[in-house]
Design a protein around this ligand. Sequence first.
Ligand SMILES: [Zn+2]
Length: 612
Amino acid sequence: MSTRTGTTTERPASDWKPSSGAVDPHRYPDIADLMARLHFAPADGRIWLDDQRMQLIHTSAMGVMRRELIEGLGIERARGLLTRMGYNSGGHDAELARRLRPHAGLSDTFAVGPQLHALEGMVRVDPPVRMEIDVERGHYLGEFIWRDSSEDEEHIRIYGIGAEPVCWMQIGYACGYTSVFMGRPILFREVECRATGHPHCRIIGKPADEWKDAEDDIRFLRAEPFSRGLTATTRKPAEKSAQEHLASMFEDGAIVGVSTGFNAVCHMVRRVADTSATVLFLGESGVGKEVFARTLHRNSPRANKPFVAINCAAIPENLVESELFGVEKGAFTGATTSREGRFERADGGTLFLDEIGILGLAAQGKLLRAIQEGEIERVGDTKVRRVDVRLVAATNLDLREEVKAGRFREDLYFRLNVVPVKVPPLRERRDDIPILMNHFLGKYRHRHKRTVTGFTARAIDALLNYELPGNIRELENMIERGVILAPSGGAIDVSHLFIGGENLHSVSFGLSGDGRVGSGGRLDADGGATTGTDPADVIRSITARCEQMMSDDENADAVSLDDIETSLETALLQSAIKRAKGNLSAAARSLGLTRARLVYRLNNRGLGQTPN
Ligand SMILES: [Zn+2]
């Protein structure tokens, strides 16, 4: 094999298969080599990425800066400054790339950029949609999908969804990284952005001279005298009251969130609230579709009229029609009195039909007539009654599929699907979890009159890393359980939240004792006794440190024998218990210890648990 470092070997296209939206992190090389370059030195007040000093900055602080820049300097100059900051970071990372992956192929070396971009917490970068790279010929064509951009998040939080892409700093990063990597100016443009309502951002990069109107973008890379305009603080904020309006709109706290996914739904709700359009909420069970429907109603001109909700799945099939449309006395056995249905009760207001996808075909036909003509007939009645109802529906089914399968009327589907609003699952809006945790803690502390203080650190870790398949409803149940089970005056711990059966396998990255970022906080579903760090990772890390120390490398990090002993013992104890499925006697045997000795060591290491 010829050396590839710095050469222009074009990797076969099969290296980068087009990504169809599904994220497959395995198409990127293992990120462990990059993570190993990240060092935290808290005693020195320093964080290092290889030889570059880094900082952890609150995303919200970046948001403050962004807002002041936009309002103080104007959008053009703010954008320019942020683009150049990103360019600077990208350029530095490109310098690292070849050093970090000296023996990798060109594509894997290039992947350092997207992977560092993600590691630095800016954005998740899917493996490339398109990627052609030939350094020697100066040929570059890249197309990437960005997910959960931190820049979008802050921008949307402040200004809401707008008309222009806003990932300026990140575009700067991509330009800087690729230009430095390629040794010639490569210009990226954001052709889709979450801040313009797209589900993710999409960027395309090619040499600057291959773009039409490249000057439009390149000007942002040119620094201007920063002082100019700084005194012009009286400039009017661009969209000042949008966020304030939103805050007051939802001030009763019924819906809670900060994430972009959440905000996008709020903006959609706000946009359609004052119309009479039919709205269809889509999303998994437990994501809070009814709460959004109520919010929609409260912010509509019908706010003073009734909001009537009905869950179609909760009513027996044969009673759905009489529930919806009412029934005349004598219509069927048991119909001893006439009574109005939900449509009549919702007259002038809003009718919310949850789980609309499971309605039978007969009921669907009547529903369609009610929406189209504003007319209903009670069951067993021939009299036509006029109703004025705004219909809001929700489903967790794919109605298009239901139509295809012949279970749902196509005409009704089109009638309902005028304004579809997708409510994302909680795992796609994890930023909302801490806020929801706090919200439900307060709610149930009050309801159950408990003096629970809050959550333990590992309970927070566990919740932030748990997939939450049941979404907000599951989170709410867990926290209610936690409030009830936690000791009075104490905090909710993992064992109060999880009663077993939950799939707790997410891994977060934590700071290990030697200042390296490693996988930590891995949780096992078998009970509240969480293990701190995955034993296998610990042992790998110990081995690596020992090897490094025994090598000839004079720059090898010093090791602490005490630390290594402690980590090794802890890891071995944990893996033995895990392998023995919690049976301490069996675990002790596998370690050549008596059960009593094992318990003693566990207690010594702070791993004590109820003996079984
Ligand atoms: Zn974007």
